[in-house]
Design a protein. Structure first.
Length: 58
């Protein structure tokens, strides 16, 4: 992942966007109509977004 330098305000905004996207994907996981493959794909995306969020803190 390339080094990107963000100021504190940009980090806060990005964390808010990531949190909203994680929440949206977690809600989508609750749908009964999803196939196993789609559920796995969503779970991978959630993990990736959480990793990005955690890297913003450090």
């Amino acid at each position: 992942m390339p080094n990107i330098y963000l100021d504190e305000h940009q980090i806060e905004l990005l964390q808010g966007v990531l949190s909203a996207e994680i929440d949206r994907l977690e809600e989508k996981l609750q749908l009964d109509v999803l196939t196993r493959e789609v559920r796995d794909d969503i779970a991978i995306k959630i993990d990736y977004l959480i990793t990005i969020q955690e890297s913003l803190v450090s």
